[in-house]
Design a protein around this ligand. Structure first.
Ligand SMILES: NC(=O)c1ccc[n+]([C@@H]2O[C@H](COP(=O)([O-])OP(=O)(O)OC[C@H]3O[C@@H](n4cnc5c(N)ncnc54)[C@H](OP(=O)(O)O)[C@@H]3O)[C@@H](O)[C@H]2O)c1
Length: 194
């Protein structure tokens, strides 16, 4: 197992037997290409893209900078990550992209979160295109909502902890097949509408 990150944390370092590869910044394609070389001849069965940012701006406060930053990290970053990892994926393989229910247009009942919602919707449609393009290579793509998780992003409020969320997401990744590629799942196992 390999864990790509910008800089290892204590929690990540405690993950055995993960090999940690640093300097993987999803907004820096040159750094990504340099970090990926560390995989050598290894081929991966799963790629799970986790990184993301949330700026809780409202209509009055939002800025171009904030919107573009969220699009860059949350939508462009995962696309570039998949492109970078593609030569290193086994056949068959599975890709899980951590998106958010806030990116669902159907389930947007409260508004707000402009940049975050826009970026996760963009990621969702990118994931759908990837599912079409990668199907013939035997690579399945799933859009995953981790739940409301107690992490730094939520100020450590939420319904579940990171380990419960990870278990749920791994279960989904294990269960879903290429036949179900290009679908959007809640950590509880509920299919989320676009
Ligand atoms: N927590 C929730 O309730 C919730 C709900 C729905 C969806 N999500 C999604 O789940 C994913 C994980 O969220 P989280 O709650 O764990 O957030 P988090 O605690 O804020 O962690 C975000 C992670 O993304 C990394 N990251 C940010 N910018 C990056 C960049 N440019 N390049 C590489 N890595 C970068 C951060 O790395 P550094 O340590 O280097 O800063 C950090 O490890 C995100 O995609 C988020 O949108 C979370």
């Amino acid at each position: 197992m390999f864990a790509f990150c910008r800089e290892a944390s204590l929690a990540l370092s405690a993950l055995e037997p993960a090999e940690i590869i640093e300097n993987f910044n999803v907004t820096d394609p040159v750094a990504m290409l340099s970090a990926i070389k560390r995989l050598g001849n290894n081929r991966m069965d799963w790629l799970i893209h986790v990184s993301g940012i949330l700026r809780n701006e409202n209509l009055e406060q939002l800025t171009q900078r904030s919107l573009v930053r969220q699009l860059s990290v949350n939508a462009v970053g995962p696309m570039l990550t998949v492109q970078t990892f593609l030569p290193y994926l086994a056949r068959p393989a599975k890709i899980g992209l951590l998106t958010s229910r806030l990116g669902s247009i159907t389930e947007n009942s409260t508004g707000g979160y402009y940049g975050y919602r826009m970026s996760k919707s963009a990621l969702n449609i990118a994931g759908k295109s990837l599912s079409k393009d990668l199907h013939r290579k035997g690579i399945a793509v799933f859009l995953l909502h981790p739940g409301y998780v107690r992490t730094e992003m939520t100020g450590f409020s939420g319904d579940i902890n990171a380990s419960e969320s990870a278990k749920g997401l791994i279960k989904i990744m294990n269960e879903k097949t290429l036949q179900e590629t290009g679908t959007f799942w809640h950590v509880t196992g509920r299919k989320i509408p676009w």
